[in-house]
Design a protein around this ligand. Structure first.
Ligand code: AMP
Ligand code: MG
Length: 392
């Protein structure tokens, strides 16, 4: 048995980054880690750009100007203005080379071709210079950046359509349990609907691990071993659900050792999710998660996601707890650390929800945080600052 901290440290020490690259279209690159720095192929903006709707001027002494034309966004028009001349211009339009200021339309009076400014214009006002954001050859994003919608927008804006990213592994989910039935089937006495397969695969997809598949295994050592073998043949990461506890039909641990898996830890001093196993064999890694749905998902957020990020090549990956005060007293019993489904509130508070049993997902379904109570904590008074993991 290891503590939560020990388990996290073991994962960080054991999981080696594969840093396998692939060229990925931007549409699929969300939440991937950039494998190489990207340099801008263009200046951004590529031309002197109007920041406002108004008039581009060739400045002179008087406040009176003559309007001699128009430049709209997308126009390649480059009229040559003499001092005292102006063109109507719109946001995003190329500013004529001969213009040196833009006045916004709210600050002028126009009658036909005659334009009268309210105030003296400022040189360079409302003109975005060439390369204001990025010059050609500048680093747009550095290697190691995890790609967000904004970073993908930035790349698209410099005309990049695909980037080298670290490959995400294929993940097999093996659900065990002779009591499990698929939705749509009649439940006989003793049977329940299987939910961890779906839940874990969408949790993976939510983190952009889209290459997943689910296998069902029986609670029998020989067939379970065969199913696990199939999973290891087809995937780089295997998540097992159930069968890792100490019951007479819990064969996962034994099956994994038959397959040559090296166990790095088995059992974590935590609630929920005590019977958690982490192992590796050569290039692959496996987590055997408890079958209780809330335990399985809790272990996914705390351990599996971290391990996946480290494996992918995210050097920054670590579990990052935030701090908030709890809205009511909480009495932690026992000497195991606890992860509690909670809801983040106003003024940096978290409310620990009712229904913390590991078999229940109702509280998890509305939670956006897992409050982490360390092993040695006991009674925790209202308004005490605690650590939590944000679920996002
Ligand atoms: P186990 O870890 O196999 O002892 O299972 C613990 C509890 O979780 C039992 O009540 C199981 O019926 C339930 N359980 C196991 N696997 C699943 C699953 N895939 N979907 C829903 N419940 C499950
Ligand atoms: Mg079971």
């Amino acid at each position: 048995m290891v503590t939560v901290t020990e388990a996290l440290d073991i994962i960080s020490a054991v999981v080696k980054a594969t840093r396998e690259q692939r060229n990925c279209p931007l549409e699929q690159a969300l939440d991937h880690v950039l494998a190489e720095s990207i340099y801008s192929p263009i200046n951004m903006p590529p031309f002197q750009q109007s920041a406002m709707d108004g008039y581009a001027l060739s400045m002179h002494e008087s406040l009176n100007y003559r309007v001699v034309g128009e430049v709209a966004a997308g126009s390649s028009n480059n009229p040559s203005l003499k001092p005292g001349e102006a063109v109507r211009i719109f946001t995003g339009a190329p500013v004529p080379d001969s213009a040196n200021s833009i006045v916004i339309q709210e600050k002028v009076t126009r009658k036909d071709e005659v334009l009268v400014l309210d105030d003296a214009p400022q040189e360079g006002a409302n003109i975005r210079p060439v390369g204001e954001q990025l010059s050609k050859g500048d680093v747009v994003l550095a290697a190691g950046t995890r790609l967000s919608p904004a970073s993908l927008g930035l790349l698209a804006g410099v005309g990049v359509s695909a980037v080298p990213v670290y490959k995400k592994p294929r993940v097999a989910i093996v659900v065990t349990g002779d009591e499990l039935k698929a939705a749509g089937e009649e439940l006989s006495r003793g049977q329940i609907y299987e939910s961890n397969g779906l839940m874990l695969s969408v949790a993976l997809k939510d983190k952009a691990y889209v290459d997943t598949f689910v296998l069902k295994a029986e609670d029998k050592l020989d067939t379970l071993t065969k199913t696990l073998e199939k999973a290891f043949e087809a995937a780089e990461v295997v998540l097992v659900s159930g069968g890792i506890s100490v019951g007479d039909y819990d064969f996962v641990n034994e099956a994994l050792s038959h397959l040559g898996v090296k166990t790095h830890f088995y059992k974590v001093k935590q609630k929920p999710g005590k019977p958690l196993l982490f192992g590796t064999n050569d290039q692959q890694m496996v987590f055997a998660l408890p079958g209780n749905p809330a335990s399985a998902l809790n272990c996914f957020y705390v351990y599996v996601h971290l391990a996946l990020k480290l494996r992918e090549g995210d050097a920054e990956a670590r579990i990052s707890f935030r701090q908030a005060t709890i809205t009511a007293d909480f009495n932690k019993k026992g000497d195991r650390a606890q992860f509690l489904k909670a809801k983040i509130g106003a003024n940096n508070t978290v409310e620990i929800l009712n229904g913390q049993a590991s078999s229940m997902l109702q509280s998890f379904a509305v939670a956006d945080a897992l409050v982490y109570m360390e092993e040695d904590m006991g009674f925790v008074a209202k308004n005490t600052s605690v650590r939590y993991l944000k679920i996002d």
